[in-house]
Design a protein around this ligand. Structure first.
Ligand code: FE
Ligand code: FE
Ligand code: FE
Length: 209
């Protein structure tokens, strides 16, 4: 951020300074907030890359084609988001670098658990995978939301614009997943439970004869 005594800066009504003319978005690493911003950028860069890989398994384990298509589509979006983050790093004069994101690793692990604990070919698996995927989207929404706000605060407007695109994509994905769940998957998952209950009670009455 520009120093207050630099000749090219103006003091704004909120007391912040802003660079005139050429917009400089490179980092001042002695600034704690800028350093935190860069760390968060590295965190989501790592997280998005892990998600591209995880979506392979999530896609292949879906019961319905609709969810499989949604995951496939989001995998493409996620690949573009990785590239977009590389642009953000470039814009800031930094080389793209990931930093281990424990949260994304944990969320991906939970999705693996969902797959191992639900029956293959069941609607319950899809209902569960949707919730697992939405937890991931909400983590991303929180991260990008915070990054956009910080980028604007730090005067990195072009970076903010790019990050906001990804934020919108995550929000759209979250909404799509809700629509898929609510259109029929949750209902059919509940029905398949009813059916298995009926079947097991029929078995019980058959053996009691
Ligand atoms: Fe993403
Ligand atoms: Fe993280
Ligand atoms: Fe996402």
């Amino acid at each position: 951020m520009a120093k207050k005594n630099a000749s090219s800066t103006v003091e704004q009504s909120n007391g912040k300074t802003h660079t005139n003319g050429e917009q400089k978005e490179t980092f001042q690493k002695e600034n704690q907030l800028e350093k935190f911003f860069l760390d968060q950028l590295k965190d989501i860069y790592y997280a998005e890359q892990q998600l591209v890989k995880a979506l392979n398994e999530m896609r292949s384990q879906c019961t319905t084609e609709e969810l499989e298509d949604a995951f496939e589509e989001h995998q493409k979006v996620t690949e573009r988001q990785v590239k977009r983050l590389e642009k953000v790093f470039q814009l800031l004069g930094e080389k793209p670098e990931g930093k281990k994101c424990e949260a994304m690793d944990g969320l991906i692990k939970e999705n693996k658990t969902i797959i191992s604990e639900t029956k293959e070919g069941s609607m319950t698996r899809d209902a569960a995978l949707i919730i697992g995927a939405q937890k991931i989207e909400h983590y991303e929404i929180a991260t990008y939301g915070g990054l956009v706000a910080l980028a604007l605060t730090l005067g990195k407007n072009r970076a903010a614009g790019l990050l906001d695109k990804s934020l919108q994509e995550e929000a759209d994905t979250d909404e799509t997943l809700t629509d898929i769940a609510e259109s029929y998957i949750n209902f059919q998952a509940e029905q398949e439970d009813e059916k298995s209950k009926q079947n097991s009670s029929m078995e019980v009455s058959a053996t009691s004869f």
